[in-house]
Design a protein around this ligand. Sequence first.
Ligand code: FES
Length: 371
Amino acid sequence: MTQTQDPASAAVAARGPHATPHGHGGPDAPLTEADFAAMTTEEAMIAAAREDGVILIHRRQRFPVAGTKAEKRAELAVSACFLTGFLAVVAFVVCFVAVPFKYHLPGQGSQAFQYYTPILGACLAVALFAIGIGAVLWAKWLMPEEEAVQDRHDGAADPADSAAMIQTLLAGLEDTGLKRRSMLKVTLGLAGGALAAAPLVSLVGGMIKKPGDAMFTTLWSKNTPMVYDDGRRVSPDDIAPGGITTVFPGVEGGLLASDSPVLLIRLLPGQRVEARENQSGFGWGDYVAYSKICTHAGCPASLYERQTSRLLCPCHQSQFDVLKDAKPVFGPASRSLPKLPIDVETVDGKSYFVSRSDFTEAIGPGFWERP
Ligand code: FES
């Protein structure tokens, strides 16, 4: 069933029982705030539109009789969309915390990490899509149908226009039916609130997934074997004078820990490192070991110039003088590369490098530049 309303008669009706046909001041006088106050919100909106040159071609309520089964079905469908949006945000939060996100070396566990980001994206996409569909269906199925035209005008709005605009917005709010559709109010609140809170999940999830003391230590400790990236142990015989190699802690996860790669350097004959205070015994023979993580911004400082004994970081060209205990001598880095205390153990008659302890200072940039 449809109801249409002639714009002219709508405007007359909009005057309400207490208003004069054209406002308190006579037929041609503009409507005043008192006129608006005497009308219902819808009447005021229609009258205001008329005053502002808006011609209402057509307006009808979707459900002139409130509370019909058809209306309830429409409300239920829209609520289902909002509820789906809410549940998708809940799923997003659960997946953020529960889905495995760590890469494993081949053969060392499931590679479920590759689904982590797509799952999070899918949950948010479903949430946004469901809420969007709900909003569209709400407008199309429940809010009044309306067509209006208006000529564009120049200049700033006068106070009466502003008052009219307020009435229009209020009427729009009333048209949503939020006041009487409590199910929509609840489901929209759930979905909108959950979506607005979704960006906070990284903070909350971060509190659930506590890093412990992982930011203050590395995997190096007393007698941790040094290994290559294929797991073989590192022997002093492997490196020629002036040579350098990247080594890792030979413990579980040692190849993947971003703060643990170490540069093991064999000095040229006759070279000697000016050690920092309390670090004179950190090397072993001609060998010294430094963190590979640049103290400027965390890139791998892995280019070694044998003749000048300088390590170069390719990201912003910081240079570290190995003979000055990896002190920065060029570029933006301001702190020496941390030195790892090393030793050698003998297994089956062959010597292999081990660490004597963890680093005694912080690895990498920024946060770590504290005593
Ligand atoms: S990260 Fe090494 S110089 Fe910037």
